[in-house]
Design a protein around this ligand. Structure first.
Ligand code: UDP
Length: 470
């Protein structure tokens, strides 16, 4: 495929290049960052945006036409079947390593081409690269393009990853056994984390995980700055640890979805009819259930979840993604489920999640604790039932449960009685009400950060200045 021509530009105009990791939870914040920078620097026509992206899980350029972003696919024809991790047993680290290996060469060609084309027409200021794409950063370095690194996860998670080598040196990692007691061992240096939270997934080898994290930290340390999608008042002490530990400038610019809309970056079509359905429900009454874009469950878990939701007698909005149920092409809900939940339950293949969470009818969120989902929930003051599966999700869950106290883990095997109890606890008890109140307090802090003089708004300004200075 050919790369479309660069748009003409006036003098003083710069372009920021971006390369997101090709997963929903990474694409969205990168494009939101692009939107935020463009909105601030774009009014004077000063900042253009070129988005490099993997040919699979590609964003739709038409949906960003208004902003004038340029999209450049990388690695068409590269086999992508093993680049998409899915499910709690997925080899997440292996997929990251393969993505870097396979896209690096094609990216070099594309970047060369784009740099030549865009010269004089808004020269490239820098590349903002996902922290998991060390391979692409090395290509940029080689071609003389400065880089900034976007971390799409929590500050807490980066602090944990920074501690990973020391935990290996101490002999704590890899965990000496898969024993539950062993995995539940508290990590004093990383309270409230436990040893098991430091393992991506049961099928990720320690060697792959260590390589991924070494690359990630190398990317951060050799960049001209790290951009984080979180906010000062949420994670101030972890942000301080990162500043002390990385030695590069930091830009804490989140929650990005509140600064710049991200709905246009959804890879799946969002079912808007659920918003009309929510309009008919009472305030704080509905449980929203979603596992994000990659996590999955098996057929038995689906069955238990269905009956847990049905038996709870509470209204619910449940996202069942087309590939959410392992080893099953057609998802079938149990006989009798529809009758049992008629009028009080809605199932959709993909939801406009940010609008759903912002809806006054939502009283709780059963989440897998991907960072975007966690942050989106926090920003709407919605307390959580946490069911983390892999990567950073366990870390996020610990903070939700132990630090912010705005949710709790639904642990162990999924079973309908346990699910029913968890839903009742969140939606119908004083304990749940207190979690909701704390969540609303944290939401108010998020609102402050993105006000005109707020910490995140100011960080965006600083970041923009930095970009224009390259
Ligand atoms: N999302 C959505 N509709 C859904 C479920 C999820 O738009 O039905 C969005 C959600 O708002 C979030 C992203 O998908 O921005 C998922 O990112 P997250 O980091 O939570 O999880 P991941 O998919 O990376 O595991």
């Amino acid at each position: 495929a050919t790369v479309e021509a660069a748009s003409p530009a006036g003098s003083g105009r710069r372009r920021v290049l971006m390369f997101p990791l090709p997963f929903q939870g990474h694409l969205t914040p990168m494009l939101q960052l692009a939107g935020a920078l463009h909105a601030r620097g774009g009014s004077g026509g000063l900042l253009g945006v070129t988005v490099f992206h993997a040919a699979f899980n590609a964003p739709d350029p038409a949906r960003h036409a208004a902003a004038g972003f340029r999209f450049v696919p990388v690695g068409e024809g590269v086999p992508s079947g093993d680049l998409l991790p899915s499910g709690s047993d997925a080899d997440f680290a292996g997929a990251l390593l393969r993505i870097n290996d396979r896209l690096r060469e094609p990216f070099r060609d594309r970047l060369r081409q784009v740099l030549a084309e865009e010269e004089g027409g808004g020269a490239a200021a820098c590349l903002v690269v996902d922290s998991n794409l060390r391979g692409m950063q090395l290509v940029a370095e080689e071609l003389g393009v400065p880089t900034l690194v976007l971390r799409t996860g929590a500050a807490a998670c980066l602090v944990a990853y920074m501690a990973f080598p020391a935990l290996c040196d101490k002999g704590l990692l890899p965990p000496p056994s898969q024993d539950k007691a062993q995995l539940d061992m508290p990590l004093d240096e990383l309270t409230p984390l436990r040893l098991g939270d430091m393992v991506f997934s049961p099928t990720t080898t320690h060697a792959n995980m260590a390589r991924c994290l070494r690359d990630l930290l190398d990317a951060a340390r050799s960049s001209s700055g790290v951009i984080l999608n979180t906010f000062q008042d949420l994670e101030s002490s972890d942000l301080q640890k990162i500043t002390n530990g990385l030695g590069v400038p930091m830009y804490t610019v989140g929650p990005l979805h509140k600064i710049s809309s991200g709905t246009e970056s959804s890879l799946l079509a969002q079912d808007q009819t659920c918003l009309e359905w929510l309009d008919k429900q009472e305030a704080d009454s509905v449980l929203y259930v979603s596992l994000g874009s990659l996590a999955s469950m098996d057929e038995k878990e689906l069955l238990e979840t269905a009956w847990g939701l049905a038996n709870s007698q509470r209204p619910f909005l449940w996202v069942i993604r087309h590939n959410m149920v392992k080893s099953s092409h057609e998802v079938s809900l149990p006989d009798g489920f529809e009758e049992a939940t008629r009028g009080r339950g809605m199932v959709v293949p993909w939801a406009p999640q940010q609008e759903v969470l912002a809806h006054h009818a939502i009283g709780g969120f059963w989440t897998h604790n991907g960072w975007n989902s966690t942050l989106e929930s926090i920003c709407e003051g919605v307390p959580m039932i946490c069911r983390p599966q892999f990567a950073d999700q366990m870390i996020n869950m610990r903070y939700v449960q132990e630090v912010w106290k705005i949710g709790f883990e639904l642990e162990g095997e999924l079973e309908r009685g346990k699910i029913e109890m968890a839903i009742t606890k969140l939606l119908c008890t004083e304990e749940g009400r207190q979690m909701r109140q704390r969540a609303k307090d944290v939401r108010d802090k998020a609102v402050k950060c993105i006000e005109e003089e707020g910490s995140s708004k100011s960080a965006i300004e600083l970041l923009l200045k930095r970009i224009m200075s390259f």
